[in-house]
Design a protein around this ligand. Structure first.
Ligand SMILES: Nc1ncnc2c1ncn2[C@@H]1O[C@H](COP(=O)(O)OP(=O)(O)O)[C@@H](O)[C@H]1O
Ligand SMILES: [Mg+2]
Length: 318
């Protein structure tokens, strides 16, 4: 494995898509409107699927290059600063004059479950033609979310041409965008809502089958929070479940983003599919438990202890 401490070169993941300022409010209950609620806590941080994934890649011992877009405003400068402080290569962050940086209000209740309102910004440039596609030469994998579809399409096509494996965070998005991008990636990993938009009114198993039929995919999967991840490859007769690691969740915000970053890193490191799913599940669980992205040592510890899970112990006793 090529991670810090192994003496070998770090695996590089190119992450393309969303970066937003997250304003997180902690409340006891999310009240239905009309309502007024006092927050028990507040924090400002970097959010966005691809940005969170890039930070996860670095914490987990890889290198991350991030391509996204913000406004040339105070929030945009701050996001660039935070990404760089996290060790992410953010040279490819487009800062557009006259555009407004996206932001989210994240409301987290006492069970750690969250509601998010996202403002996707204004006048963000769509043209991806200035992106330095040559950087794919150093990448072990590519990860795109659907929030800059023009860039994702360009990067997915270039990656496929060059034989760089790619993964997609197929989150809730316009149906048109999911249909456009899913066939272009190798590993389509949906969020629950993303899959129900891609394949409406069918069970998730059928949704995954449709994703596999849409293009030359190696894997289609859907993450289901504490219920784990349902996944399937073209060679499998039916979908299988990779269980989640049992944790006490305090804040599930970003669990999916971190899952995807970890998965893309595992692929870049050459891990087998099932190992990559396990690695990613451990990363998502730790993020949900701590509300913070774990480092590699924490993740390895959770992986090493998996045989010691209560469920496994119970099975051994039986
Ligand atoms: N409460 C949790 N306990 C354990 N693992 C979790 C929990 N929430 C998320 N995860 C892990 O993270 C993955 C992604 O989380 P999920 O909530 O499905 O994504 P998203 O944040 O995009 O909605 C899950 O498949 C699971 O492996
Ligand atoms: Mg998600």
């Amino acid at each position: 494995m090529a991670y810090e401490g192994s003496g070998r070169k770090k695996a590089v993941v190119l992450c393309v898509g969303q970066v937003v300022t997250d304003h997180t409010f902690r409340v006891d209950e999310v009240e239905l409107p009309p309502s007024k609620t006092t927050a028990r806590g507040y924090a400002l941080s970097v959010g966005g699927m691809a940005a969170n994934a890039a930070i996860a890649v670095v914490r987990l011992g890889g290198s991350a290059v991030f391509w996204g877009r913000v406004g040339r405003d105070e929030a945009g400068e701050e996001l660039k600063h935070i990404l760089e402080a996290e060790g992410v290569d953010a040279q490819g962050l487009l800062m557009a004059e006259g555009a407004r940086t996206p932001l989210s209000a994240v409301i987290v209740d006492k069970r750690g479950e969250r509601s998010i309102v996202t403002y996707r910004g204004e006048k963000l440039p769509t043209d991806p033609s200035g992106l330095p596609l040559d950087r794919l030469a150093e990448a072990g994998s590519l990860l795109c979310d659907p929030r800059w579809p023009e860039a994702a399409e360009l990067a997915f096509r270039a990656a496929r041409e060059r034989g760089v494996p790619s993964a997609m965070d197929a989150e809730k998005s316009e149906e048109r965008v999911l249909r456009q991008l899913v066939p272009l990636t190798d590993h389509a990993i949906f969020a629950k809502t993303g899959l129900s938009i891609f394949a409406p009114n069918v069970p998730p198993e059928e949704g995954l089958a449709r994703a596999l039929a849409a293009g030359p995919l190696q894997l289609a999967a859907v993450t289901l929070g504490e219920k784990g991840t349902l996944w399937r490859t073209p060679g499998m007769e039916r979908a299988a479940t990779r269980p989640a690691f049992p944790v006490d969740a305090t804040n599930t915000t970003g669990a999916g983003d971190v899952f995807h970053g970890a998965y893309a890193l595992a692929i870049a490191e050459g891990q087998a599919l099932e190992d990559a799913l396990r690695f990613a599940s451990a990363a998502g669980a730790l993020r949900a438990r701590d509300g913070k992205t774990p480092d590699r040592a924490m993740l390895e510890e959770l992986l090493a202890g998996e045989t010691d899970q209560p469920s496994v112990r119970a099975r051994r006793k039986a």
